[in-house]
Design a protein around this ligand. Structure first.
Ligand SMILES: NC(=O)c1ccc[n+]([C@@H]2O[C@H](COP(=O)([O-])OP(=O)(O)OC[C@H]3O[C@@H](n4cnc5c(N)ncnc54)[C@H](OP(=O)(O)O)[C@@H]3O)[C@@H](O)[C@H]2O)c1
Length: 334
């Protein structure tokens, strides 16, 4: 099969190779083999190539963490027939930037008839992350103010949509005019270009000096440090990721005096620690999708050949919304 594979860690452009004759992976008892239709890229794909992600698969591996496609084999024991359209988060090293990938039964969901392959591939990681962050971890309440950083990115755009769906007032930040416009289009009430304006001052101005009740931070570093000045009394500062590259430290006297919480959010553990909760989260996301409250921001459709270059663009801040790779190619006999 054709598969993008990392044989040696490094920047995506150097590390990734489009192999023409990679072996088709074999599913274990708790996995399905999926023929990949679409694979949506995540910031983590770039970190995986560099060996900087928390998960470090054996070499060679295919990145590609979320996919939609058709079941080939392995679903019988859980009542999933071959040919069924499914979406899932992949089991590395057999990721989704390949014609076939593996998905654990616990990370697999049927694709509703009215959902495109593109949307199905782009929905799981950003929306599960934002849903778990805002509700389970952040306890966001209707009427509260939510500040979303990097609002035009994958997990950021999902948080803006879910924040609005939850009845919050959403303030978003983004770098540059076109990204600001995207945040507006998807429903943010206030958008700040944090390259040209101090977001802390603006958040205080927009909230009568109270600050944001919940802050969703996929950037980290200086943005996290400044966010501590923009958080409300009893606020929740959600640590989502470190796209800016620096992991911040926080002096513990600050949350102590201001009575706010710094809350970690990592979705990778839920499928085995609390699968029922993940299923309930997914059901709620499907409800929100079917009622038009959420819709993945698929801004770039890339052919399989361009996936490596697209991961490089994603790492260097040059994408908006989700980049979806059309993987489906010639069928091989499995
Ligand atoms: N907690 C979890 O379980 C979980 C799940 C999924 C993703 N994440 C994390 O969330 C973060 C965002 O992921 P994503 O897939 O949404 O990525 P994305 O679509 O590329 O969004 C990342 C955005 O971060 C901003 N950014 C600020 N400084 C940056 C820098 N130095 N380099 C690159 N981007 C920078 C950029 O927006 P501006 O130009 O507007 O600043 C960029 O578009 C990553 O750290 C990822 O690992 C965490």
């Amino acid at each position: 099969m054709r598969a993008w594979r990392v044989h040696q860690l490094g920047d995506p452009q150097d590390a990734l190779r489009l192999d023409q004759d990679a072996p088709i992976p074999k599913p274990a008892a708790d996995q399905v083999l999926l023929r990949v239709g679409c694979s949506a890229l995540n910031f983590a794909d770039g970190l995986l190539c560099r060996g900087e992600y928390q998960v470090k698969p054996d070499l060679p591996f295919s990145p590609g963490l979320e996919v939609s496609g058709e079941v080939v084999s392995g679903g019988e024991s859980v009542g999933i027939n071959a040919g069924r359209r499914m979406m899932g988060t992949t089991f590395l090293p057999a990721g989704g930037l390949a014609e076939y990938c593996l998905v654990n039964h616990r990370n697999l969901y049927p694709v509703p008839d009215d959902m495109s392959d593109e949307d199905a591939s782009a929905l799981l990681i950003p929306y599960q992350t934002a849903h778990i962050a805002l509700h389970r971890r952040g306890n966001l309440q209707p009427g509260e103010t939510l500040l979303v950083h990097a609002g035009a990115g994958g997990v950021g755009s999902a948080a803006i949509q879910l924040g609005k769906a939850a009845g919050a007032r959403v303030i978003a930040t983004a770098g540059g005019a076109s990204k600001v416009e995207i945040c507006r289009e998807i429903g943010a009430d206030v958008v700040i270009d944090y390259r040209t304006e101090d977001f802390v001052e603006r958040v205080h101005a927009e909230t009568d000096g109270l600050g944001a009740d919940v802050i969703y931070d996929p950037v980290g570093g200086d943005i996290f440090d400044r966010s501590r000045k923009a958080i409300a009394w009893e606020g929740r500062l959600l640590v989502i990721g470190f796209a800016g590259g620096r992991i911040a430290d926080a002096p513990t006297n600050h949350p102590f005096i201001r009575n706010y919480s710094i809350v970690g959010v990592y979705i990778g553990e839920y499928s085995h620690r609390d699968h029922d909760f993940l299923l309930a989260t997914h059901a709620d996301l499907m409800r929100l999708y079917s009622t038009g409250k959420i819709s993945p921001l698929v801004h770039t459709l890339a052919p399989m050949e361009e996936a490596g270059e697209a991961i490089g663009r994603l790492l260097s801040r040059r994408t908006t919304g989700k980049v979806v790779v059309h993987v489906a190619g010639e069928r091989e006999k499995v």
